[in-house]
Design a protein around this ligand. Structure first.
Ligand SMILES: NC(=O)c1ccc[n+]([C@@H]2O[C@H](COP(=O)([O-])OP(=O)(O)OC[C@H]3O[C@@H](n4cnc5c(N)ncnc54)[C@H](OP(=O)(O)O)[C@@H]3O)[C@@H](O)[C@H]2O)c1
Length: 329
């Protein structure tokens, strides 16, 4: 009897140890589930894809336990994501266990352009469906970069058609503000399952987060490191940096790194972080945040860095009627 109890306890601990590294899933309002951690694949505006750098990153990520990959037509690397996914599926990973997000670019906002644009992304990705399709920005533009004033409500109707055709399991929006989401809902149209916006220590968006929680919309947080790394921080960016002594204290306490502490904080807020890395060791490090929890005083410190500071204000679209962010004074 004593041995049975001991065996039971040992099994329970082992199960817990294995589970603690597994990425949980969140429920979407359309019934599907979404892995609560994703790999980002944007190389930045000034970096041209070289060939297989993203393909390698996605392969390493899947090996490390990532099941959710965030990409976009505009990143010009959907083909690399597709090759990595195909390779991993050949090696035995099930397609249905992967969650692929991609985005509709601003040049295809006309309602009847949405499905053809998604079909082009699917061709790039070599997939028959994506798990999540997002309107990348509420702002439309033509290929010559002049503004297209198509109402994003019309674009959303095209997204609903894409979902009805089974080309996207779930649909959502990116870089929309609360008012713009409300406008979709006021039309009686189905709600976006996901909102993807910038979220990091300097831009925590608490009111948008509570709005999304109230509506059942899952929030994905892009640029999760914000200005943490000095090489990426603009001169006016508020603290902290990666060598901040208080953050280092927290990281040392849990035997983690400062980037891991910031990712864990977002996870605990219920946000899906999308860290991008092309570096194998960082890819592996970033996802290892599901085996510890922050204390309340640590969360309070992390909350105090929120200064409403945006790293991607996209000021070039400031004069578009659907520019989504607060305008500088
Ligand atoms: N919806 C949108 O409009 C939108 C906008 C921006 C981004 N996104 C999505 O969000 C993703 C993430 O955002 P982001 O790429 O702007 O920024 P990010 O993930 O906050 O930062 C990426 C940078 O951090 C470095 N890095 C990653 N992990 C690290 C670690 N553990 N230690 C030190 N450095 C580390 C990377 O370097 P290495 O690569 O050299 O390792 C890279 O320079 C994008 O890739 C994209 O998928 C969406």
């Amino acid at each position: 009897m004593k041995e049975t109890v001991l065996l039971f306890v040992a099994c329970a601990v082992l199960t817990h140890a294995a589970d603690s590294q597994t990425v949980p899933k969140l429920k979407l309002l359309d019934g599907h589930e979404i892995p609560a951690f994703a790999l980002g694949t944007w190389l930045g505006n000034n970096t041209k894809p070289a060939g297989h750098e993203v393909e390698d990153a996605v392969s390493w990520a899947i090996d490390a336990g990532y099941r959710h990959i965030d990409t976009a037509f505009a990143y010009r690397i959907e083909d690399q994501v597709g090759r990595a996914v195909a390779k991993k599926v050949t090696e035995g990973v099930r397609r249905e266990d992967l969650f692929i997000t991609t985005k509709l670019w601003n040049e295809n906002h006309a309602r009847d352009q949405v499905v053809p644009a998604l079909r082009e992304s699917l061709k790039n990705l070599n997939l028959s469906y994506v798990d999540l399709y997002l309107i990348h920005w509420p702002v439309g533009q033509f290929s010559n970069r002049t503004f297209d004033y198509t109402d994003y409500v019309e674009t959303w109707r095209g997204m609903i058609e894409a979902k009805q055709l089974g080309l996207a399991r779930s649909i959502g929006v990116s870089n929309f503000n609360q008012r713009q989401i409300d406008r979709l809902l006021e039309q009686g149209l189905q709600a976006p399952a996901v909102l993807q916006v910038e979220i990091n220590l300097n831009l925590q968006q608490p009111s948008l987060l509570s709005y999304c929680k109230e509506k059942g919309i899952v929030l994905m947080g892009y640029t999760p490191f914000g200005s943490l790394f000095p090489s990426k921080a603009r001169a006016d960016a508020p603290p902290p940096r990666v060598d901040d002594p208080k953050l280092l204290d927290i990281a040392n306490k849990y035997n983690k790194t400062v980037p891991q502490i910031t990712l864990r904080y977002l996870v605990e807020l219920g946000i899906i972080p999308i860290p991008k890395s092309l570096t194998k060791t960082r890819i592996e490090q970033n996802i290892a945040v599901f085996d510890f929890s922050l204390a309340q005083d640590e969360r309070d410190l992390l909350r105090s860095y929120d200064k409403g500071y945006r790293t991607i204000p996209q000021l070039k679209w400031l004069d578009h009627p659907y520019y989504p962010f607060e305008k500088p004074e």
